[in-house]
Write a protein of this length. Structure first.
Lengths: 403, 284
């Protein structure tokens, strides 16, 4: 069955798209929003990695979140690398909202694209999805945004390619929401420099934002989130791998050089390692931005010590609340005869349900419109807690009345 | 001429043109650091000159980009971007044939110890190539573990050049051996399946157990095409005699059980029929 809302996750390779999505799902199901709706991950079975000729479950979003939680729990006193593992193509996930005590539901489909997708021409089936898409979540890798030179920043965050993808967006009048989501920004939050992050997002995504702001049916916001909480960006270092000559040049692990001591390397878990006679470090061939002569430096993080680091995502629920508010106002605009029928015969969310949800969200102060870096650059709808038609439609209506 | 492509992970999955069967080189190499060293050399870093000299003239693995497809058929893109099959042999409207096998575990693992899967494609352009690929496809499904292991070993890390090496010589020999020693058919539990590109648009569409045909067709966007479907769990694995024996024994058991059930129902039906006739005559 076609979902009620389509969302596309966009961003460069390893920028944090899946982590952001995992945190979004987790906060929807366990955060305060659960008093407003029941949230469930109802992702249908998809074709996945097969082993021994049999189907296997994909790595769920919950596994991704646990990966992060484990890294914090097991992380030592040092600085460590966050996993630079693999992704494939794109995966679709479905988050179902149900009005508590009823069978009335809304399905939101999230398409999580591998960053590699943004290194090529837009694939045809993705073009079709973009045209039908209602919400675009553009994830920004904050360390590259703030600390790296323009070239590395552009390679990591793919500003031009994302702008290219958004050309296929439907500008034909249906409301669309675009959320720019800086992640890995714990350091800047703690240094109270999150506004600088948002200014940088507006600068580097400037062309895209200007085009979006010029489209009357597009709502644009910046919502920085912390997917882990106490994992803080430390620095970039040149990437190496440690090999063992005695073991057929087997790769022992990723590392960086110790600037003070040639005989020592810093391994991925942050521990210094004195090289044995048969061990040597080599430039990491996996660390070159595809098709460029630029090395992608390794991003090293540290855990907060005092108080002890906890898995504490922050503002991830804001993605859900902003999307919900947009979704309900959009549905209100589109609520037609079939929706009334669905509502009468069961299964469909009514306008009253949507209105109640919005007011409950406001009453519980669940939605933030500003502060902590959150910026609404342009809104389609007039009010935050009352269902309204889109502003641009009201304006068009009053213009024609005045004529 | 056979052309070899892969969707392989080196710092992210990349579409690669690995080479073709006419090349004299034993191996081709993926050297992403070469561009970095050249840039450093142009900036005055002389320490990289030795490295550049060592790899500059190596036969290259090329990345397929927006500008350079290296002959990769556009119609075959879905085989790379979407799942829904394990082994596939398709005929294209260009006259080419393309063999693909996906989710082969490479010999590399990521930091979490997970095997990194990759995909291999072979494109054939002539009638001779077509016959070779039919035999390759038939052999692959009936020797899946063996072929997967052999394909995995085609890629290796070469520390001398700090590059990924693909062994052209090995794959050429492997395919030649398969095509000279085997046919284009394989056995399942119930029949012999012939892989023939002239009879079907998709001469072989092998799906894993548990995958619905309709999902596979949708995933690969091949609705309306003539397809030779096979479920891998039905294929007799000649590279694993123990598993084959178990499959045959299980199949035999199921058949016997089904046969004895039929006999039983037949007996009951006969008894009921005889009893009915007797009652009728007695009534009369």
């Amino acid at each position: 069955m076609e979902s009620d809302l389509k969302v596309l996750m966009m961003g460069g390779r390893r920028c944090g798209k899946t982590s952001a999505l995992a945190s979004l799902f987790c906060e929807a199901r366990r955060g305060q929003l659960k008093t407003v709706f029941d949230f469930n991950n109802v992702t249908p079975p998809q074709c996945k990695q097969e082993q021994d000729g049999r189907m296997h479950e994909i790595d769920s979003l919950e596994n991704k979140r646990r990966e992060l939680e484990r890294a914090i729990r097991d992380g030592g006193n040092g600085v460590f690398l966050v996993d630079a593992g693999i992704t494939k193509n794109y995966w679709d996930y479905v988050l179902r909202l149900t009005v508590p005590g009823t069978n009335k539901k809304y399905d939101i489909q999230f398409r999580d694209c591998a960053g590699e997708v943004f290194e090529k021409n837009v694939p045809t089936d993705l073009v079709d999805y973009i045209k039908k898409c209602d919400v675009f979540i553009i994830v920004v890798d904050t360390p590259f945004l703030m600390e790296e030179q323009d070239v590395e920043n552009e390679c990591a965050n793919r500003y031009e390619e994302i702008s290219d993808f958004l050309r296929y967006m439907d500008r034909g009048g249906k409301p669309i929401q675009v959320l720019f989501v800086p992640v890995k920004c714990e350091k800047w939050v703690k240094d109270e420099k999150i506004d600088e992050v948002c200014n940088a997002v507006e600068k580097y995504h400037g062309n895209t934002i200007r085009t979006l702001l010029a489209s009357p049916n597009v709502e644009v916001s910046i919502i920085p989130i912390e997917t882990a909480g106490d994992v803080i960006f430390e620095e970039f270092r040149m990437p190496y791998v440690l090999l063992d000559r005695a073991d057929d040049n087997k790769i022992i692990g990723k590392c960086s050089k110790d600037d003070a001591d040639d005989t020592v390397v810093i391994m991925g878990n942050g521990m210094p390692h004195k090289k044995k006679e048969n061990e040597y470090e080599y430039e990491d061939i996996t660390a070159v931005f595809t098709g460029t002569d630029i090395v992608r430096k390794s991003t090293w993080f540290s855990l907060r010590h005092k108080p002890k680091a906890q898995y504490a995502p922050h503002n991830c629920e804001q993605l859900v609340t902003h999307i919900l508010r947009f979704m309900f106002n959009k549905r209100y605009k589109e609520f037609g005869f079939l929706d009334h029928l669905r509502a009468i015969f069961g299964g469909g969310v009514t306008m009253d349900d949507m209105q109640n949800a919005l007011q409950e969200i406001k009453k519980l102060n669940l939605i933030k419109n500003k502060g902590e870096g959150i910026r609404i650059l342009k809104s389609c709808f007039l009010s935050e807690d009352v269902l309204t038609k889109p502003v641009y439609q009201e304006k068009n209506k009053s213009d024609s009345e005045n004529k | 001429m056979l052309r070899y492509y892969s969707y392989y992970n080196v710092g992210g999955f990349k579409d690669m043109f690995l080479g073709d069967s006419t090349m004299s080189a034993k191996s081709t190499f993926f050297t992403p650091l070469l561009a970095v060293w050249k840039r450093k050399a142009s900036e005055g870093d002389t320490s990289v000159l030795v490295k550049i000299e060592a790899v500059e003239n190596l036969p290259k693995i090329n990345l397929i980009t927006n500008d350079s497809s290296y002959g990769f058929p556009e119609q075959a893109v879905t085989l790379v971007t979407h799942a829904g099959y394990k082994v596939n042999l398709s005929s294209l409207s260009t006259g080419e044939c393309i063999f693909s096998i996906r989710d082969i575990d490479s010999n590399d693992c990521d930091e979490s110890g997970r095997a990194i899967p990759f995909l291999l494609l072979v494109v054939g352009t002539t009638d001779t190539d077509r016959i070779v690929l039919e035999k390759l496809a038939a052999y692959t499904v009936s020797h899946l573990d063996e072929i997967s292991n052999k394909f995995a070993k085609l890629f290796s890390y070469n520390p001398q050049y700090n590059a990924i090496e693909f062994s052209l010589q090995t794959i050429n020999k492997l395919i030649e051996d398969i095509s000279t020693q085997n046919s284009n058919s394989f056995r399942t539990l119930t029949k012999t399946v012939v892989v023939d590109c002239k009879k079907k648009d998709i001469a072989l569409f092998a799906i894993p157990q548990g995958l619905d045909k309709a999902v596979a067709i949708r995933e690969q966007n091949v609705k309306g095409k003539s397809i030779n479907f096979v479920v891998l769990s039905d294929v007799l694995p000649f590279d694993n005699p123990e598993r084959m024996e178990r499959m045959l024994a299980q199949y035999q058991q199921q058949r016997e059980s089904s046969l004895s059930k039929r006999k039983f129902y037949l007996l009951i039906a006969s008894i009921i029929t005889v009893a009915t006739i007797l009652c009728f005559f007695l009534e009369c």
